[in-house]
Design a protein around this ligand. Structure first.
Ligand code: PEP
Length: 253
C-alpha cells in the first residue's frame, strides 16, 4: 500500500497572523477528526516555516514543506533559499517545479533536476510537479509533455533516490480555475506516469512512488479523485487556505 498524502500549497498567501490562526485551526481539527495514516503536509511561504515548525511541535501529525528551493547550494543569489537552509530548519519536504515556477519564473527541466539533487542531498523529499497547459492537452500532446517533464527532472536519479520522490500531476488548466480533471483523465495520466517510471526504474520502485493529483481539488470532488487506483492523494492550492475544506479533503484520503 502506498502512502496517502494530502499537501497544502499556500502559495504567496496569508500574513503571519493569518498563518498562525490557520495552523492552530488545523492542529485542532486534525487531532479531533482525522483517523488513519494519511500524511498531511502544509507548505506556507518561506518566512513562516520556522515559526510553523515550532507551532506544530512534535505531537501534531502535520508536517511542513517549502514551496521551492534554489538549485544552488549557497552564494550570491539574492532572494533565493537553498535546500541546505531548509534542512537546517528541519523541513522535510519541498515542492519542486510547480507550474507557476515553470510559467512565471521560466524554470527549466535542467534547473529542476538540479533542485531535485540539492533537495535529496540535504535529506529533503521533493514533491516534483508536472502537468500540461490547456493548449497542449487540446493538441493531444499531454502524455508526451508530461513524460518529458518527468524525464528531465527525475530520470537522472538512481532507484534509491527515486524512492524518495513524491510526484504531483497537476494539469495547468485545472489549477486555480475551478475546472477539475475527470477521474478518468486523472487516472489515465497517473497511470501513464507510473508506467513511465516503471520503464525506467522498474515496477517495484514505480509502485512505491506516491503520485498526487492537483488542480481545483475541493471537498466535493476529493473522494472521487482519491479513489482512482493510481491517485495517492492531492496537492491542494486554494482549498488548503480554508481549514474546514482542507480537513474535509484530508478525510477523503
Ligand atoms: C496548486 O497550486 O498546486 C493547486 C493545485 O491549486 P488549486 O488547488 O487552487 O487549483
Amino acid at each position: 500500500m502506498r502512502q496517502k498524502i494530502v499537501a497544502g500549497n499556500w502559495k504567496m498567501n496569508t500574513t503571519l497572523q493569518e498563518a498562525q490562526s490557520l495552523t492552530a485551526e488545523l492542529i485542532g481539527m486534525v487531532a479531533d477528526e482525522v483517523q488513519g495514516d494519511v500524511k498531511i503536509i502544509i507548505c506556507p511561504p518561506f518566512p513562516y516555516l520556522y515559526g510553523m515548525k515550532s507551532q506544530l511541535g512534535k505531537a501534531a501529525r502535520i508536517e511542513v514543506g517549502a514551496q521551492n528551493c534554489s538549485e544552488h547550494a549557497s552564494g550570491a543569489y539574492t532572494g533565493e533559499v537553498a535546500a541546505g537552509m531548509l534542512k537546517s530548519l528541519g523541513i522535510p519536504y519541498v515542492i519542486i517545479g510547480h507550474s507557476e515556477r515553470r510559467q512565471y519564473f521560466l524554470e527549466t527541466g535542467k534547473q529542476l533536476a538540479q533542485k531535485v539533487d540539492g533537495a535529496l542531498a540535504n535529506g529533503l523529499k521533493p514533491i516534483f510537479c508536472c502537468g500540461e497547459p490547456l493548449e497542449v492537452r487540446e493538441a493531444g500532446d499531454h502524455e508526451i509533455l508530461v513524460k518529458r517533464q518527468i524525464e528531465e527532472g527525475l530520470f537522472h536519479l538512481n532507484t534509491e533516490a527515486m524512492k524518495k520522490i513524491v510526484v504531483a500531476y497537476e494539469p495547468v488548466w485545472a489549477i486555480g480555475t475551478g475546472k477539475t480533471a475527470t477521474t478518468s483523465q486523472a487516472q489515465e495520466m497517473h497511470s501513464v506516469i507510473r508506467k513511465h517510471l516503471a520503464d525506467k526504474f522498474g515496477a517495484e520502485t514505480a509502485e512505491l512512488v506516491p503520485i498526487l493529483y492537483g488542480g481545483s481539488v475541493k471537498p466535493d470532488n476529493a473522494q472521487e479523485l482519491f479513489s482512482c487506483a493510481d491517485v495517492d492523494g492531492g496537492l491542494v492550492g486554494g482549498a488548503s487556505l480554508k481549514s474546514r475544506d482542507f480537513v474535509e479533503i484530508i478525510k477523503s484520503a
